[in-house]
Design a protein around this ligand. Structure first.
Ligand SMILES: O=C(O)c1ccc(O)c(O)c1
Ligand SMILES: [Mg+2]
Length: 625
């Protein structure tokens, strides 16, 4: 698959963008007119720079408002087009994108449109240029890709084809299956963009909220599958208008973009294989499902969703507060590592490493997460092919080698060998625990909430989706005293791994951002007993306001004794059709706090209705000091 990206996706100057695209490994780029017009580089210099960087200049765009116009306007438009064709010759480019008219079209007549496009195609032919006609989702008369293709067919000129842009097609919910009926020779270009499902006008949605594939909710593998089945072999190019990407680090965004195409390529191959099986073309013969299409799709080392959390690691310069908190919760101190300055604390299968190797004065913070995977070697190879940075850990002889990668928020992700009984192979590296103060409870890590820097949120969604096979759930927005907190759950199908990515309101300072959001939650069998034990050991609970319990009673009509217990222990409660959820939070140390939860029945949420209460109480405690 030939990879491409439009310069409009990135921040910086044309030169910086081109350099970043080359570093990220793109085959080619689309030059957005704005980027050329504002560049000090001459077209010849751009051409030379692209050649030297090994980047193809695959598409010049956009050329606007051409078709469906009065004769006078047509004349002016053809003149305008000729100037661009001459420019393209200097750039050494042969394909231009012409989007359907949104502003100046006054005549809604396909025959007239076809005549005018035929004039354009003839002129393009004289200049050796190919015109890729794209239906914008908000085009005045042409806003449907099948309509655009009908016009291309009516014109039937070798220099006129169509451009398929996933955003314009999927934002309008057009059926993608008919893409397969398009003559591949008439598909001059394919652009891909994902987007979150938002209910707003399609132009604003397109200009501000497009994201890279895997970061939104469009069915892009299916879209691409149809494109591949049509027989298309040209560039698959990202065209993402996004307010955040346009202002974040250009090289980093280019890598995020490249990751999205590597992942999409794999997902498209998977979609094709699965539909071949469904439609019976495989006919019981495995090789038939690998039917070859003109476009070659590369695959990646396979990874299944993780079977569970292997451990969570918290780091601090002074670890006393963390030790105290875990002890009060009922964790057992298992001992120190034989060569490293780290401690292991456990409750059942929930393992927490306290890392003492933090920078001076560094406050407690979540530093690493371990996940149980089928094969750490394969999972690590996959992550590296997806351009995840590798994390090096010093190991001595006989110690478990952890395959680590760095997540977009710098949390270290370790890919660990899972075991069927939920134990971890490395715990014997820790000395005998000196004290066993624990309550001997069974527990597992239920979920982990990580605060994402605003400019890396979408990147994080793609990272966990592509490298770890977590599935993004529709995001929610949780009110807090300082603004809405965007909350995105990433989880495995079997719910053994639940990761919640939170994006704090922009005005929150870095410390507050982390303090509100980052925590590790442990699931126990009897939360009331856990809470009582913790209280007896002097745990400082997050104090829940009395108003909350009044509202709870009104909503759920709870048994008075149960309600009194919840109130007495600062427990929060939620219920849905499939079960109940009890939980409580500890006070925050540094930028981390802990949560204990009990899931009853098949309750599958996170107590979302209670999140605003937590945010408000934490805000209060932060602003008191
Ligand atoms: O938003 C636009 O105007 C615009 C321009 C060119 C494109 O290819 C596109 O998809 C959108
Ligand atoms: Mg487009």
């Amino acid at each position: 698959m030939r990879t491409g990206i439009a310069t409009v996706c990135l921040s910086g100057t044309l030169k910086e963008k081109m350099q970043a695209c080359a570093i990220a490994g793109f085959d080619g780029i689309e030059i957005f007119e704005q980027d050329l017009v504002t560049s000090p580089l001459s077209p010849e210099e751009v051409r030379k720079m692209a050649a030297d960087l090994g980047l193809g200049l695959d598409l010049y765009q956009p050329f606007r408002d051409f078709d469906g116009v009065t004769p006078d306007l047509l004349k002016a438009n053809l003149k305008r087009a000729e100037a661009k064709f001459n420019l393209m010759e200097r750039l050494g480019m042969d394909t231009i994108l012409v989007c359907s008219n949104v502003a100046t079209a006054t005549i809604d007549d396909d025959h007239l449109r076809a005549e005018q496009l035929a004039e354009l195609a003839a002129l393009a032919g004289d200049h050796g240029v190919k015109v890729a006609y794209e239906a914008l989702a908000w085009g005045k008369y042409v806003n449907d890709y099948e309509h655009a293709y009908r016009l291309v067919e009516m014109v039937d000129h070798p220099n006129l084809g169509t451009c398929l842009d996933s955003f314009h097609i999927l934002s309008r919910d057009w059926d993608t299956a008919p893409i397969e009926n398009i003559n591949a020779e008439k598909i001059f270009f394919v652009q891909v963009a994902d987007a979150p499902k938002l209910s707003m006008d399609v132009l604003s949605w397109s200009r501000h909220y497009r994201v890279f594939p895997g970061e939104g909710q469009f069915e892009l593998a299916k879209f691409m599958g149809h494109v591949v089945r049509a027989g298309y072999t040209g560039p698959v190019s990202l065209e993402v208008f996004n307010d955040v990407f346009r202002q974040s680090d250009v090289e980093r965004t280019a890598v995020d973009a490249m990751r999205s195409l590597i992942w999409l390529e794999e997902q498209s191959a998977k979609w094709l294989a699965s539909t071949a099986l469904e439609t019976g073309t495989a006919a019981g013969n495995g090789s038939a499902s690998r039917r070859r299409y003109p476009m070659e799709l590369a695959t990646l080392p396979k990874v299944n969703e993780p079977a569970g959390f292997n451990f969570a690691e918290v780091k601090a310069d002074d670890t006393a507060q963390l030790e105290k908190l875990l002890g009060q919760l009922g964790f057992e101190f298992e001992g120190r590592h034989r060569t490293k300055d780290v401690q292991l604390w456990t409750m059942g299968q929930a393992r927490v490493i306290i890392n003492e190797q933090a920078a001076q004065h560094a406050e407690p913070a979540i530093a690493a997460l371990g996940f149980d995977v089928d094969s750490p070697v394969i999972a690590s190879a996959r992550a590296q092919q997806l351009k995840a940075p590798v994390v090096a850990r010093k190991v001595q002889a006989d110690e478990e080698v952890f395959q680590g990668i760095s997540a977009p928020d710098s949390t270290e992700i370790f890919l660990c060998q899972g075991s069927p009984d939920g134990t971890a192979a490395w715990t014997h590296e820790f000395g005998e625990g000196l004290e066993h103060a624990g309550a001997g409870q069974t527990a597992v890590i239920d979920h982990v909430n990580l605060a994402q820097p605003w400019q890396h949120f979408d990147e994080a969604v793609l990272f966990y989706t592509s490298a770890l096979a977590l599935e993004p759930q529709p995001f929610a927005e949780v009110p807090s005293p300082s603004g809405l907190v965007r909350s995105q759950v990433m989880q495995t199908g079997n719910k053994a791994v639940r990761l919640v990515l939170n994006l704090a309101p922009a005005q929150q300072a870095e410390k507050a951002r982390k303090t509100y959001q980052e925590h590790i939650a442990f699931a126990v069998d009897d939360l009331v007993a856990t809470a009582r034990g913790a209280r007896d050991r002097g745990l400082e609970f997050l104090q829940i306001p009395a108003n909350y319990y009044e509202d709870l009673d009104a909503r759920f009509d709870l048994e008075p004794g149960f309600l009194a217990t919840l109130k007495e222990l600062n427990l929060l409660y939620d219920r849905d059709a499939s079960g109940e959820f009890l939980h409580f939070y500890t006070a925050t140390v540094g930028s981390v706090f802990f949560e204990m939860v009990e899931r009853r029945g098949n309750y599958d949420g996170y107590g979302a209705p209670n999140a605003p209460v937590r945010h408000a109480v934490q805000y209060d405690s932060l602003h008191r000091v």
